[in-house]
Design a protein around this ligand. Structure first.
Ligand SMILES: [Zn+2]
Ligand SMILES: [Zn+2]
Length: 145
């Protein structure tokens, strides 16, 4: 009996745009096996489900808050009024949401494309604002907590 021409074991497709996230909390929530419950960001008129670890959720929200005169709220459960946008309501069921890098972690924005874009642009604006604030202070070289 000659060894038949096996095609070999199937190649696991490990890295199809799924880079490892340095933050373990984010990594296990975003790439883990479980079905993590999203948190809900309430900012101005936006209600957006987000997925990340607590630390990075907080950082993300702090930055988004810089773009608003209102305070952002984070709910650990679906808001009482629900999500008004039908696209955002369905978005958590779509597994291929893009991720936004936040420091050494990442956030998945489980929103429709429109609100995703809006939130991402707020985040970018907020980052810029924070950078400007930091630059204004100037003497940050030897500050410690
Ligand atoms: Zn994290
Ligand atoms: Zn939406």
């Amino acid at each position: 009996m000659a060894p038949s021409d096996e095609s070999g074991p199937p190649q696991p497709t490990l890295d199809r745009d799924r880079a490892t996230i340095p933050c373990e909390g984010c990594q296990s929530i975003l790439h883990g096996d479980g079905q993590p419950e999203p948190s809900f960001l309430l900012l101005d008129q936006l209600t957006v489900p987000l997925l990340s670890c607590d630390d990075h959720l907080e950082q993300f929200i702090e930055i988004c808050e810089l773009t608003s005169s209102n305070t952002a709220d984070l709910l650990q459960h679906r808001p009482a009024g629900g999500i008004r946008c039908p696209g955002c309501r369905l978005a958590p069921q779509n597994p291929s949401q893009p991720m936004i890098p936040v420091q050494d972690g990442a956030i998945a924005v489980l929103a429709c494309p429109e609100h995703q874009t809006e939130l991402v642009s707020r985040f970018e604006t907020g980052l810029q604002t924070r950078q400007d604030l930091t630059t204004d202070l100037g003497t940050s070289s030897s500050s410690s907590l």
